[in-house]
Design a protein around this ligand. Structure first.
Ligand SMILES: NC(=O)C1=CN([C@@H]2O[C@H](COP(=O)(O)OP(=O)(O)OC[C@H]3O[C@@H](n4cnc5c(N)ncnc54)[C@H](OP(=O)(O)O)[C@@H]3O)[C@@H](O)[C@H]2O)C=CC1
Ligand SMILES: O=C(O)C1=N[C@H](C(=O)O)C[C@H](O)C1
Length: 270
């Protein structure tokens, strides 16, 4: 049976890529496309918006009105929007793929609570490469983490509104879990002025914003005399969009639970 997928934030950078990715994938179809109330894109054809020609699906402004036309919602918007959409999906039994980053603890708790009623894939990065890197980082941390200085450096385009990136934070969490550390106490997110020497157990984060960089992440395990760097560079948003569609296909038939992309890709026993 074909899975009918709705996209919120359909006119955004990721929204447009997701519409394209759905058209290129088997077993899924675009059922509905949404933008927020007041958007100039309401009424536009979703296919024309995504640059793939007329699809006959007009962008709407209310999930409730389109709810019979989709089984699952893919959301790459902003935390406040995603949490509103999450409430709707819970009340209406729709599964969700969430790509939005920048949630606070309360937002993350709301997603966890919702997953007791619906099935949710929530991942800071839907590319296969980054999810492989999460596992490589765990291995590197096991070997070098207790004696090397760990620094996470990320770069993104000028329009990104959250920092550090969700991916950088996930990288830090994977490393911290292996080392028994907590980013709340060991994460260092800013350095300025007389900072004092670096503490061995710190996990540092550095953010670069500029131009059209799609997404680059590099993690250093730096010792005296040598340094290991594990890096990932995304050159097209299509890698995230294809991953999100893969997550949607994987969720089909699941009733409830919170999953991430390492579950979808079956990487947890690597
Ligand atoms: N997990 C992953 O693999 C990836 C995650 N992301 C994340 O996805 C999110 C979106 O990124 P990107 O596409 O570049 O951003 P854009 O700003 O290009 O798109 C966001 C879309 O969401 C809409 N939107 C914003 N706020 C709300 C709201 N409160 N309610 C409903 N819709 C809203 C915007 O509408 P409007 O234009 O009217 O504001 C726009 O259509 C970010 O959090 C980003 O970090 C991005 C790439 C990959
Ligand atoms: O905003 C983006 O563009 C991206 N956001 C995600 C993040 O915050 O990690 C994933 C990707 O790097 C692109």
């Amino acid at each position: 049976m074909t899975l009918k997928v709705a996209i919120v934030g359909a006119g955004g950078r990721m929204g447009r890529q997701l519409i394209q990715a759905l058209q290129q994938s088997e077993g899924v179809m675009l059922g509905a496309a949404f933008e927020r109330k007041g958007s100039t894109l309401i009424g536009a054809d979703a296919g024309e918006l995504a640059g793939i020609g007329h699809l006959g699906i007009a962008v709407e402004d209310e999930l409730a009105k389109g709810k019979e036309r989709f089984d699952l919602l893919i959301d790459f918007t902003r935390p406040e929007g995603t949490l509103e959409h999450l409430r709707f999906c819970c009340e209406n039994g729709k599964n969700m793929v969430i790509g939005t980053t920048g949630f606070d603890d309360a937002g993350k708790a709301a997603i966890q609570a919702a997953a007791q009623h619906i099935a949710v894939v929530f991942a800071s990065n839907y590319s296969v490469g980054v999810n492989l890197v999460f596992k490589l980082l765990e291995k590197a941390a096991k070997v070098m983490g207790d004696y090397s200085d760990i620094e996470i450096i990320e770069a993104h385009h000028r329009h990104k509104v959250d920092a550090p990136s969700g991916t950088a934070l996930s990288m830090g969490e994977h490393i911290a879990k292996v080392l028994g550390r907590d980013l709340k106490t060991h994460g260092v997110f800013t350095r300025q002025g007389i900072t004092g020497e670096r503490k061995r157990e710190d996990i540092g984060f550095a953010t670069v914003r500029g131009g059209d960089v799609v997404g680059e992440h590099s993690v250093w395990f730096a010792d005296e005399g040598e340094r290991v760097e594990i890096a990932h560079k995304a050159s097209s948003r299509m890698t995230f969009a294809k991953g999100a569609v893969r997550a949607a296909q994987w969720l089909a038939g699941k009733e409830k639970g919170l999953f991430d992309m390492t579950d979808v890709l079956d990487l947890n026993n690597l």
